[in-house]
Design a protein around this ligand. Structure first.
Ligand SMILES: *Cc1c(COP(=O)(O)O)cnc(C)c1O
Length: 378
């Protein structure tokens, strides 16, 4: 028996090298808490990168979505429209605030929110006299959503957008960063995202007061008095100064990480161009994805299903994952109203994500391609 080959993870952390120096600064200054030079530095540096006036550094992307919904005033009795094709961390915060999710399906090219399904949902709610408090718009796998069509609709109906750009830091739509289109934008620095703080999130907005309010809510909403006085219920959602140090180091290599992930995708396309059973996630003109994960769907009648492929890769020490199971298929959310044509059901049934980390070497990718091809050609 030969030595088993190294396990290839889907999306492992990839340090740039300067993270520990920032963490060391926090130790040197003894700011081992949720405040300090790294927290403020990280907030300023990411805001500058994105071209927004302010960012609030938070404990997770989920916490950022929760505070984003509160900032938009969503609460009991409200509906919030949400992309159905997403991770459960998008929809859960809608329930945290006591609002009701209404799920909107995808369109088949970007895999993100379908403008036609959105229009049908908006028309329906207009007729019923209850427009949603917000649209939670998710940019999956780093692919920007169809912003022009979507914004035309939300502006017409007066519905603010909360962008869940957890997977899409560094992605652009016509040269503008996703996460900066909505009233509020959210990013995640979970360990598997394009850059990580080991765990963390960001909330951004053009409205500085909104960001300040989110920061205040994230620190237990203490009123501005010398003693502990509270009129509002807050949360403990601030990012630690240690984690923010990791984030500052990661920000220095963010553009490089975007390039590397895009190269990983291009390499797969090249290496597997002869396997015509695979349909790769497309990037329309004017769209620029960070290619967080390299994904494809299997053509209908390819004779191979994603689960068979996943197990085949796993047997060769290669991790892969099915695409997200849409929220309207989750026991937790299947009772929610839903608009669309089951495009995301089809994506879930046929899709797979391959190892996509920015540290993945070309020879690792050759190994993935070799094993993958064997599943089709024997
Ligand atoms: C990762 C992720 C989140 C949640 O971010 P955390 O930092 O893990 O809380 C939310 N939405 C989507 C689409 C994600 O992929």
């Amino acid at each position: 028996m030969s030595v088993p080959e190294e396990f290839l993870y889907l999306s492992p952390p990839h340090m740039g090298g300067r993270e520990q120096a920032y963490v060391q600064q926090a130790f040197d200054q003894n700011w081992i808490t949720t405040a300090g030079a790294n927290v403020t530095g990280f907030e300023q540096e990411l805001a500058t990168y994105l071209g927004v006036p302010a960012m609030a550094a938070l404990a997770s992307g989920t916490a950022a979505l929760h505070l984003g919904l509160l900032a938009l005033g969503a609460g009991p009795g409200d509906e919030v429209f949400c992309s159905s094709f997403t991770f459960v961390a998008s929809t859960n915060p809608i329930r945290y605030v006591g609002a009701t999710p209404v799920l909107i399906d995808s369109e088949p090219i970007t895999w993100n929110l379908c403008p036609k399904a959105l229009e049908a949902a908006l028309q329906d709610r207009q007729k019923k006299g209850q427009l949603p408090k917000a649209l939670m718009l998710v940019h999956l796998y780093g692919m920007p959503s169809r912003m022009q069509e979507i914004q035309e609709l939300t502006q017409h109906y007066g519905v603010p957008i909360l962008e869940d750009a957890a997977e899409a830091l560094g992605s652009r739509y016509h040269n503008r960063f996703v996460g900066t289109f909505g009233k509020v934008g959210v990013f995640s620095f979970n360990g598997n995202k394009i850059i990580t703080t080991s765990g963390g999130g960001a909330l951004v907005s053009d409205d500085v007061a909104l960001v300040e309010q989110a920061r205040w809510l994230a620190m237990q909403a203490k009123d501005d008095l010398p003693y502990y006085h509270h009129t509002t219920m807050g949360y403990n959602y601030r990012l630690s100064n240690i984690s923010a140090g990791i984030g500052r180091g990661q920000l220095e290599v963010l553009e490089e990480r975007v390039q590397q992930r895009r190269t990983v995708f291009e390499n797969y396309l090249q290496l597997l161009q002869d396997v015509e059973e695979l349909e790769w996630h497309q990037e329309p003109d004017g769209f620029y994805s960070n290619r967080w994960l390299s994904c494809f769907t299997l053509k209908k009648n390819s004779g191979v299903n994603p689960e068979k492929l996943r197990l085949h890769l796993l047997a060769a020490n290669i991790e892969s994952r099915p695409l997200w199971q849409p929220m309207h298929r989750q026991p937790l959310y299947s009772s929610c109203d839903y608009f669309g044509d089951q495009v995301s059901d089809d994506l879930f049934a046929r899709g797979l994500c391959l190892p996509s980390g920015s540290s993945l070497s070309f020879s690792d990718q050759e190994r993935v391609a070799f094993i993958l091809r064997k599943a089709f050609r024997g």
